[in-house]
Design a protein. Structure first.
Length: 557
């Protein structure tokens, strides 16, 4: 029988062709080049997976390089968190982390080389004048009056720019390309500007900084990157990167573009994410509603689930939007396999079992994870007084209501079958206490009662349970596409109900020793994660994702 050949994506096809032809002597070196001006998000997660996993598949490695060319927006806080996120996702880079600022000296020499070849000139025009010269997509640009400067004058001015003789914004260095090009990026782009700002790594050594489009491609070349894998938004930049490589005669890194990660109900614009943080719509970059890797980690998304999601989303050439249900399904599948089970009552009402001995406590056995054969069991306290969910009781229930109601039987998970006998209400009509009797021969694992209740409820012991805080997170936006175009006010779709905090929940006492990051399935409630805000006396849990199984559905009326 013929062995089924693995299906390759278009990037893998290119690499295999290069390997077959002996290009780069069979070497594969990719890179992940974030700008340290914000936290990584779900789109970066896809780029990380593609770069690291592709290189690994072909015996290569991946560089981590920070493209730190704008000192006004960059910070070591972002550098540290980016490295933390990459490692948390399960990847490590080749050698030490690299920085475009490591190459400032070489990039400066490249700029001098372009000037000497008549391929770059110093322009004294204002930013508005330069923008006007660019023209429009349907109209060619106009040459700057400074385009005809001599090589000698350009060299002199550029060296003086480097030496700090001129004020910010008074001069720039532009590549001498083609002001009539249909590609607007090729119309004499700016490659250096004056910025007398302190850099997070080089301090005050430089007062001119290369533009991203000049530093990025040349840094790839300096490092000998064989396959520069990046998102589709950079496809129009590729002719400029190739132009620099050709004119400078340097290592020809090949840029290959793939579709960026667009997910329903999420945004990946750093500018917009920063607005959410700065204007208090979220608590920070790691708010569990944010699409940042740190936010998803805090919410409880397992790293393996994010990797699986990126794999299932695939590597495409065209932009598309991935349904958030796929991400949630990946998270749910992973947490179902790995998370310990627990019982937590979010909105408790007291349940008294009138025929259970008043001062007796017994310890029942509960499995930690039915998906894990080595998951073991735990003991949970059971007594006369318990807590159940308020919504799990209805005094006048409709047909096919399988929760607790007077005269009906219902099973308590891991415990006994009960028959509801009545209810006590306060003066305002609110239910204070539910009463029931239990069948002593109906204990789980040794049930001989013959009773077949249709509903199963979770519960906690009133004597043993402990209070906790539970944060119920929903989607940050009310529509799948909050950014429909550049004119969209995405904040008009902000979901004001995206966070609901429950302060009086009751949990199994065994959860008191859990640590921030520990993950659980709260029976019938969903998957949850202990939050870093937790303290020994006050545990906080974030809902990661809801359930999707029949057990959650069967108890609904």
């Amino acid at each position: 029988m013929e062995e089924k050949k693995e299906s390759l994506n278009f990037i893998e096809q290119i690499i295999e062709e290069d390997l077959a032809s002996g290009k780069h002597n069979g070497r594969v070196l990719t890179r992940f080049p974030p700008e340290p001006n914000g936290y990584l998000h779900i789109g970066h997660a896809k780029a990380i997976c593609i770069n690291f996993e592709t290189a690994k598949k072909y015996g290569g490695t991946t560089n981590l390089r920070f493209d730190d060319t704008n000192p006004t927006t960059e910070d070591t806080e972002y550098v540290d968190n980016i490295m933390k996120d990459i490692r948390w996702l399960g990847f490590d880079w080749n050698g030490e982390a690299l920085y475009a600022s490591d190459y400032f000296g070489q990039l400066y020499e490249y700029a001098l080389d372009l000037i000497r070849k008549g391929l770059a000139y110093v322009d004294d025009s204002t930013p508005d004048e330069i923008a006007a010269m660019k023209g429009t997509p349907s109209e060619p640009g106009k040459s700057s009056p400074f385009k005809s400067r001599s090589v000698e004058e350009n060299l002199d001015l550029f060296i003086r720019m480097k030496n700090g003789e001129f004020a910010d914004g008074t001069r720039v260095l532009r590549a001498n390309v083609d002001m009539t090009s249909p590609n607007m990026l090729m119309r004499d782009p700016i490659i250096y500007r004056i910025k007398k700002e302190h850099h997070h790594r080089t301090g005050d050594e430089w007062c001119i900084y290369p533009m991203y489009d000049f530093a990025h491609g040349q840094s790839d070349s300096i490092e000998g990157i064989t396959h520069s894998l990046c998102s589709l938004e950079f496809i129009h930049h590729r002719p400029l990167y190739d132009w620099f490589i050709e004119k400078l005669g340097i290592f020809p890194s090949r840029q290959i573009e793939f579709a960026r990660m667009n997910v329903e109900y999420m945004i990946t614009s750093k500018r917009r994410l920063l607005k959410l943080v700065n204007e208090g719509y979220v608590s920070g970059w790691d708010d569990p509603r944010m699409p940042t890797i740190s936010g998803m980690r805090r919410r409880g998304y397992p790293a393996a689930a994010i990797r699986t999601f990126c794999d299932k989303a695939g590597v495409a050439r065209r932009e598309n939007t991935i349904e958030i249900n796929l991400l949630e399904a990946c998270v749910r599948d992973e947490m179902n396999r790995t998370s310990q089970r627990a019982m937590v009552v979010l909105d408790p009402v007291k349940l008294v079992i009138t025929n259970y001995p008043e001062f007796e406590i017994e310890y029942l056995e509960a499995e930690n994870n039915p998906e894990d054969p080595d998951g073991g069991h735990r003991k949970i306290a059971f007594g006369r007084e318990l807590y159940i969910e308020r919504e799990d009781f209805m005094e006048d229930a409709p047909p096919k209501y399988f929760r607790m109601t007077p005269g009906a039987d219902v099973r308590l998970k891991h415990a006994y079958i009960l028959r509801c006998t009545g209810v006590d209400k306060g003066s305002n009509g609110e239910i204070n206490t539910v009463y029931a009797t239990y069948y002593s021969d109906s204990r789980s694992g040794s049930d001989t009662s013959g009773i077949k209740p249709k509903g199963t409820l979770h519960w906690v012991s009133a004597q043993d349970a402990m209070e906790c805080e539970v944060r119920l997170y929903d989607r940050l936006f009310t529509v799948p596409d909050p950014v429909r175009d550049e004119d969209t006010d995405f904040l008009s779709f902000y979901n004001k109900e995206s966070l609901r905090t429950l302060s009086g929940a009751r949990m199994e006492s065994g959860l008191q020793h859990c640590k921030p990051g520990d993950q659980f399935q709260f029976l019938r409630q969903g998957y949850f994660c202990a939050d870093p805000d937790s303290t020994p006396g006050h545990l906080v849990f974030n809902r990661t994702v809801g359930l999707k199984d029949s057990f959650a559905k069967e108890v609904k009326s």
